[in-house]
Ligand binder design. Structure first.
Ligand code: 0A1
Ligand code: ZN
Length: 870
């Protein structure tokens, strides 16, 4: 966990196949809070002429080692290092038994086996198994596991779980109860899991297309059963969807999901035994928002889809992480989209890319989706590996089309099932299925950075011809040109879609050169050219389109993303002008009129209208600047919010009133229509609450806050009041806390909403809330809700006096040894100091060097700070 010497980097190019295979693993866990005994028997085979077997192990107390029934002697037969166990001169084939102990209660890093909130739970990805026993803890060593769990007190731990099928139970002569599990599928150690605890259990079954009856089990904290039904439905939907769209069925007779309160990440796809952060399982209407429900469905799907893309076909080494994560995020996104809100989902995914991934790609931790160098693997569970990885898979899908892409998937699975594969194996399958050469496309895997495309159009009325010149440039000078699919729309001035003969049927232009020209003929007037429909590539677009063109696109483009994006361009132009001129922000009348029309016409999808009204975040605008003018951005965004609130006041009220009945319709509670109505009501109220003197607003804020049956509406009202510092804020905050103090997941919302107030008072508030009983330093969800939320409150984090930095840094210091993964997540927003003015640069460099000098600096933090300061 901590370092005294600088941790060393590992390089992708140094990959070497393992010298040994471990065919079977027989594990026995004698569970105990502070001294759990692990007995691990492995059947090992030599693969080359390496004399010694070197196993990974960290923070283990070794008891004894036996090789083929011979008790080994320390120093003579083996050596224990700080992070390894070396067995000298082993035979070609042997059985090795290692006995060691671990302390689950002291494990606050939540990696390996830990005990929290009365539950024993493991987390092995990426390199946590080595904190359980000595092993070849790398994803290309696949073994068949048998696991036996022993407990002294069966009443305290009625559920003893591990991967695969339960094969036997019993009681030892000493009175220990035990349960044995066997997983027939060879797997890497990172997919191993054990859980022991007392839970409520929700059961159901699913029959696969192949006729297999699968028992589905959800284990949740006592009293929470009624909050697990939605997740169960989501699981069954995922299983069905994967059969229908990808032709993939589940392969065991049991699928278990355990919801735990202490977890660093979202969830984990352990074979047959998923472990979930409880916030991605538990949901009911009174305590969870629509977005929470949508997230539950997405994460349940994600972990389920890993069974094929991750578990059956795993990664050869951790540099290939995006092989499973990018592909599985793509599958998860398609699953969510197929549930019915495709356009809304796509726009939300693009927002994540633009605000967070572009930022990461422009900072010191920028890495390709298949990185070349890693110090701490836990630092690479990033928006780049996950979300950009999914965008790269999506580009392949765009280039090949659904049918050919699915043929490529079938090929990939046929060739790699049961193996540890590489990103190149995936690309090779796609090449073979499509007959296309993907050599240039492969650069998306090896080159970091965000390409920027520029578009120039030239129309000749005489020739009735449009000439479009598209060029690409990279923010990383060494990059070679990318293969960029650019889906386009051509519109007449009146907004009709145009299909000149040169436009491919799928409307996708392929940019492969630094600059390329495309011509379109038979056009009797200058058309509007709209590139990057559906955000067909993760690139920036240097936009020089006129106001009129943008307005045409907002009104007539077929693609919802293009319409949304054109409005975003208009917001962005207004913000940039206000910043450049230092003056008041103005919005084009045509934009205001268009928004008024969308708010009041009954035909537009209210969810899309809500998204049109969503202005860029301070962070999003900052990402567009090489040098970030913090206070000017803050001022411009505040003005934009107020200008819309004032300019649209009447229509916002009207829209709220129009959608309120649908938003509160009990019959249609979770229909697409009701969700969309609530989205728009919340968005309207988010603006209206800025009109602090309006009685009409006051009344609606109260009415919506009182809509007890729907957390979406209650929290929407609370957020509107708090973020606008409305006079109702304090009383609503108090009432909300009073109503929900028993439910930590709901109190996380209460913490987060206060940490994201765009006002200088938020720093003192966050500080004060760290002392509140709803907060707990040892629980990652609480830390993320309060401190990670604050770390994205851009202008407050970057307060000129350094108070925001001080707040975050003290939290990072506190978590450095207790939970380095969580500490490392909080650090990211501080790394890009080069993009701020001199005073902030100085402050940031100071806090980073301060952290750098901490005794016992965790490798997770070390890697990021070194990258940032070099
Ligand atoms: N594979 C999981 C994510 C995950 C990664 C690491 C973890 O602990 C360090 C936990 C979960 C997923 O993609 O869902
Ligand atoms: Zn995943």
């Amino acid at each position: 966990m901590t370092v005294t010497t600088a941790p060393t980097a590992r390089y992708r190019k140094d990959y070497k196949a393992p010298s040994f295979s471990i065919d079977t693993v027989d594990l026995h866990f004698y569970l105990d809070d502070t001294c759990t005994r692990v007995v691990n028997t492995m059947q090992v085979q030599k693969r080359d002429d390496e004399p010694d077997l070197v196993l990974d192990g960290e923070q283990l107390q070794l008891v004894q080692v036996t090789l083929d029934d011979r008790l080994l002697v320390a120093e003579q037969d083996y050596k224990v290092g700080r992070k390894s166990l070396t067995i000298y001169n082993v035979p070609a084939q042997f059985s090795l038994t290692i006995e060691n102990t671990i302390n689950p209660s002291a494990n606050t890093a939540l990696e390996g086996l830990y005990k929290s909130a009365g539950v024993f739970c493991s987390q092995c990805e990426a390199e946590g198994f080595r904190r359980i026993t000595y092993f070849l803890d790398r994803p290309d060593v696949l073994s068949v596991y048998t696991t036996t769990l022993y407990v002294a007190n069966k009443e305290e731990y009625p559920h003893l779980l591990s991967n695969g099928n339960k094969v036997d139970t019993g009681t030892t002569a000493e009175g220990l109860s035990w349960v044995r599990w066997h997983d027939p599928y060879p797997k890497p150690s990172y997919l191993f899991a054990v859980v022991a605890g007392d839970f409520d259990l929700l059961e159901d079954t699913y029959t696969t297309a192949e006729g297999r009856q699968v028992l589905l089990q959800f284990f949740v904290d006592k009293g929470n059963l009624n909050k697990a039904y939605f997740a169960m439905e989501a699981l069954k939907n995922s299983m069905r969807w994967d059969e229908q769209r990808f032709g993939l069925s589940y392969d065991l007779d049991i699928y278990m999901v355990v919801a735990v309160d202490f977890f660093n990440m979202g969830a984990m796809e352990n074979k047959g035994l998923n472990v979930f952060n409880s916030k991605f399982v538990l949901a009911d209407e009174a305590s969870a928002t629509d977005q929470d429900f949508i997230n539950v469905e997405a994460v349940i799907g994600h972990e389920y889809f890993h069974n094929w893309t991750g578990n059956r076909i795993t990664c050869r080494d951790w540099f290939q992480l995006s092989l499973k994560e990018g592909l599985t995020v793509f599958r998860e996104q398609e699953f969510s989209a197929d549930q019915g809100m495709r356009a809304v989902n796509r726009i939300q995914d693009v927002r994540i890319m633009r605000t967070h991934q572009f930022e990461e790609d422009a900072g010191p931790m920028a890495h390709a989706i298949r990185p070349d160098i890693v110090v701490e693997m836990n630092n690479f569970y990033t928006v780049t590996i996950y979300n950009k990885g999914a965008e790269v898979v999506r580009m392949l899908h765009t280039l090949l089309g659904e049918q050919t892409f699915q043929a490529g998937m079938r090929r990939y699975i046929a060739d790699n099932d049961g193996k540890a594969a590489t990103c190149n194996d995936f690309l090779q399958a796609m090449e073979q299925a499509s007959g296309r050469n993907l050599n240039q496309f492969k650069r998306w895997y090896s080159q970091a950075g965000t390409p920027e495309i520029s578009v120039q159009t030239d129309y000749s009325r005489r020739q009735r011809k449009l000439t479009v010149t598209i060029s690409q440039a990279s923010d990383k000078p060494a990059n070679a040109p990318f293969h960029i699919p650019i889906q386009v729309e051509l519109l007449s001035q009146q907004g009709e879609p145009l299909h000149p003969p040169e436009l491919p049927v799928n409307s996708v232009l392929e940019l492969t050169e630094p600059e390329q020209t495309f011509t379109f003929t038979g056009l009797k007037e200058a058309p509007v050219f709209a590139p990057l429909a559906n955000f067909s590539a993760p690139v920036k677009c240097n936009d020089t389109r006129s106001l009129d063109e943008l307005i045409t696109i907002t009104r007539f483009a077929q693609d919802a993303f293009l319409r949304w994006d054109a409005v975003q361009q208009l917001y962005s132009q207004a913000v940039h002008e206000a910043i450049a001129q230092g003056g008041a922000l103005t919005l084009p009348n045509a934009l205001i009129d268009g928004l008024k029309a969308s708010l009041t016409d009954g035909n537009s999808d209210p969810a899309l209208v809500a998204l049109l009204l969503q202005i860029p975040s301070e962070e999003g605008v900052a990402a567009e600047f090489k040098y970030v003018p913090v206070s000017a951005i803050h001022r411009a965004i505040t003005e934009l919010h107020e200008a819309l609130a004032r300019g649209l006041y009447t229509e916002l009220l009207q829209a709220w009133d129009m959608h309120w009945p649908q938003a509160t319709d009990k019959q249609a509670a979770f229909s697409k229509e009701a969700i969309a109505a609530r989205m728009l009501c919340n968005t309207c109220l988010g603006y209206l609450a800025a009109m602090t003197d309006s009685e009409a607003v006051h009344e609606r804020l109260q009415r919506q806050f009182a809509a007890e049956q729907s957390m979406t509406l209650v929290f929407g009202a609370l957020q509107a009041a708090v973020h606008n510092q409305h006079r109702l804020a304090e009383v609503q905050l108090a009432q909300f806390a009073n109503r929900w103090q028993h439910d930590p997941l709901v109190m996380d919302k209460w913490l987060a909403v206060q940490a994201t107030v765009r006002h200088a008072s938020s720093i003192a508030k966050v500080h004060e809330l760290t002392e509140h009983s709803a907060f707990d330093w040892s629980n990652p969800n609480r830390v993320y809700a309060l401190l990670a939320s604050f770390s994205h409150n851009f202008a407050q984090l970057h307060q000129a006096d350094g108070a925001g930095y001080a707040l975050l840094v003290s939290a990072i210091k506190r978590l450095n040894t207790a939970n380095p993964q969580v500490a490392s997540r909080l650090l990211s927003p501080l790394l890009n100091w080069r993009r701020f003015n001199d005073a902030r640069q100085g402050l940031l460099q100071q806090v980073l060097s301060d952290l750098r000098n901490m005794p016992d600096l965790a490798p997770d933090l070390f890697e990021k700070i070194e990258q940032s300061l070099r």
